[in-house]
Design a protein around this ligand. Structure first.
Ligand SMILES: Cc1cc2nc3c(=O)[nH]c(=O)nc-3n(C[C@H](O)[C@H](O)[C@H](O)COP(=O)(O)OP(=O)(O)OC[C@H]3O[C@@H](n4cnc5c(N)ncnc54)[C@H](O)[C@@H]3O)c2cc1C
Length: 396
């Protein structure tokens, strides 16, 4: 998403752009639900895309359910919840075909005073004035330039899934539709909301219910077992959904029936193929290295509780495109200012996301954990519509 935003914005500003994407084919089926923010709409507008409410499903507020299904808190908060695939298709359609090279990995790079040479997976090279590293959490480019920057495991995983809206019992759907819902088992946290369904369908009855259940998974015991497939192979960087062992899915389903409110129990039961993502922290100490510029998760990955990953990626790209648009004589100063602003924002977002996750697995600071597990705090701050008010050193 960060790379597509940067590519589209820079093309519009008159730059010649090439996007190299390691994956083959379309990526539209990859993601799940995404909360939208002002920064995301601003970046789309800068990219020439006018968005409307048809971008997603409106949520008017938040609700927290107790284990027995009773409501223990409500909070009004208007927000459009969209899906990763829908946004991906919007952006991909803006990209000139020949400028997007799929199934092409960047393997290495070398830079000098005039430009950067990328070494590609097919043995080819590509020379550019600048390279924008938008290659995600496990960025190859960050690894080459800053090998000392490692990923830090948060101590828990996110179980995720999409259930067909029409597979939910009507009484359950009635309680979940139109709001972001939470349930907070001890040291755990589940949330869910409706998003566009297959083929971006927004018609009631044809949407998906997107859910995320954060559960402790100690690094030396539970995590490696979760990431090991039926053949005994450990997928340390994340297990592809089809390889997740059935026994783990079955155990998660049993736990859902035991620990979650009945509304979420029904959602998990209606989800055909849940998947897991371990939660990591990583932040590069600088976002500029010579003529290489880091954006999105490659620059800094905040935990998903803040719900800002895509909006931050869009904002990184939009502000970078504006800085690069400065005349050559003023560009270095504009880039330095861009980097200082984005470092400040990324560090604040990462700190807030760690606070929000501090009680999961009870591994964080005990007094912070006690505060952030309160339903009122969870409903106000998790994936907030206006998160800047919770970020330190960032204008609200
Ligand atoms: C459980 C969970 C829930 C989340 N929920 C939300 C949410 O509600 N809202 C939200 O905004 N965000 C959410 N996120 C975060 C969001 O998914 C990311 O922050 C966002 O996708 C950042 O995008 P990116 O473009 O920087 O990186 P990525 O999406 O990782 O994209 C990087 C791209 O680079 C490609 N690539 C990697 N290496 C190479 C290489 N060497 N050569 C060529 N191509 C390469 C990859 O194939 C990929 O397409 C969530 C994340 C998780 C784990």
């Amino acid at each position: 998403m960060a790379g597509l935003f940067a590519g589209v914005l820079l093309q519009r500003a008159g730059w010649q752009v090439k996007i190299f994407e390691r994956s083959e084919g379309e990526l539209a089926s990859r993601g799940a639900g995404i909360a939208t923010h002002d920064e995301l709409y601003a970046a789309f507008a800068q990219a020439g895309v006018t968005l409307s409410a048809a971008m997603g499903v409106e949520s008017t507020g938040r609700v927290t359910f107790a284990r027995d299904g009773s409501v223990i808190g409500r909070l009004p908060m208007r927000q459009i919840m969209t899906s990763w695939g829908l946004m991906y298709r919007f952006l991909r359609a803006q990209c000139a075909t020949g400028d997007y090279v799929g199934a092409m990995s960047v393997i290495d790079l070398a830079q000098d005073a005039d430009g950067v040479t990328l070494f590609l997976g097919d043995g080819g090279r590509h020379r550019a004035d600048y390279v924008i590293a938008a290659d995600g959490l496990r960025s190859t480019i960050r690894g080459k330039l800053m090998p000392e920057v490692g990923l830090r495991y948060g101590g828990y995983v996110a179980w995720r899934g999409l259930a067909n809206e029409c597979d939910l019992p009507p009484a359950v759907l009635d309680e979940l539709a139109g709001r972001m819902a939470f349930c907070l088992p001890p040291d755990e946290h589940m949330l869910g909301y409706l998003v566009a369904g297959p083929d971006d369908r927004l018609t009631p009855g044809e949407r998906w219910y997107n859910w995320v259940w954060y559960r402790p998974a100690p690094a030396d015991t539970v995590l490696p077992d979760l990431l090991t497939d039926d053949n005994g192979y450990l997928h340390a960087q994340g297990i592809p959904p089809p390889l997740l062992r059935d026994e783990h899915v079955a155990a998660m389903r049993r736990d859902a029936a035991r620990l979650l409110c009945p509304q979420f129990g029904a959602v998990v039961a209606a989800t055909a193929r849940p998947f897991i993502q371990p939660i990591w922290d990583v932040c590069a100490p600088r976002f500029i290295d010579g003529r290489v510029l880091l954006i999105g998760d490659a620059a800094c990955t905040a935990r998903p509780h803040i719900g800002l990953g895509v909006s931050k990626a869009a904002d990184d790209a939009a502000r970078l495109a504006a800085a690069l648009d400065e005349p050559a004589s003023a560009r270095d100063a504009a880039l330095a200012e861009w980097e200082a602003g984005r470092l400040r924002f990324a560090r604040a977002a990462m700190a807030q996301s760690r606070r929000l996750g501090s009680y999961i697995g009870a591994s964080g600071d005990a007094s912070a954990a006690a505060h952030y597990r309160l339903p009122a705090q969870v409903m106000a701050q998790v994936a907030a519509a206006h998160p800047r008010q919770y970020l330190e050193d960032v204008d609200a």
